[in-house]
Design a protein around this ligand. Structure first.
Ligand SMILES: CC(C)(COP(=O)(O)OP(=O)(O)OC[C@H]1O[C@@H](n2cnc3c(N)ncnc32)[C@H](O)[C@@H]1OP(=O)(O)O)[C@@H](O)C(=O)NCCC(=O)NCCS
Length: 141
């Protein structure tokens, strides 16, 4: 049994979180920079959840709820601490948050080729909806 603490991220954590994602997350996101995560935590201060073991960052997830849908992003566990239940604990904490806020269904974008992630999401009770495709448009800034 590992001694895990899950807490909400503060502004002081953001540089460490960005560095952590470089080492532990799958790919990069369009919002993976200081400005992007600062905007997230200022808009929703409880969305970014961190898992810590003996004070060290070992996992993250973003539990984003906009009042309509519950989206999960940046689920990542430090490579040397995988398969210990940290990912599951982060998802459980994210789901608790969604339920508390009145969310009805959680979703995540999972790369088809990310087999490890597919196993982890399945184990947590998520399943793919094959009839959807993600449609995107970059916004001019
Ligand atoms: C996906 C990820 C977050 C899982 O985190 P984790 O802490 O290792 O997951 P858990 O220990 O909670 O695993 C829970 C269950 O998921 C399944 N699972 C997780 N990793 C697996 C793997 N590599 N192979 C097969 N099943 C796996 C298992 O059923 C596991 O339960 P078990 O260990 O009792 O068999 C982690 O592998 C990771 O950070 N990957 C890189 C980033 C990434 O791809 N994130 C997902 C983006 S969509």
């Amino acid at each position: 049994m590992i001694d895990l603490r899950i807490r909400v991220a503060a502004t002081d954590d953001l540089d460490a979180v960005l560095a952590f994602w470089k080492a532990a997350a799958e790919g990069t996101s369009i919002s993976d920079d200081r400005e992007g995560v600062e905007r997230l935590v200022s808009r929703d201060p409880e969305a970014l959840l961190l898992a810590e073991e003996a004070g060290e960052l070992v996992g993250t997830v973003i539990a984003g709820f906009d009042g309509w849908r519950c989206h999960l992003y940046r689920l990542a566990v430090r490579p040397d601490r995988r398969r210990l239940g940290i990912g599951s604990a982060l998802l459980a904490a994210a789901e608790e948050r969604f339920v508390r806020l009145g969310g009805r269904r959680a979703d995540a974008m999972v790369l088809t080729r990310n087999e490890r992630a597919r196993h982890a999401w399945s184990a947590a009770g998520y399943g793919p909806e094959e009839h959807w495709r993600r449609w995107v448009k970059p916004l001019a800034r």
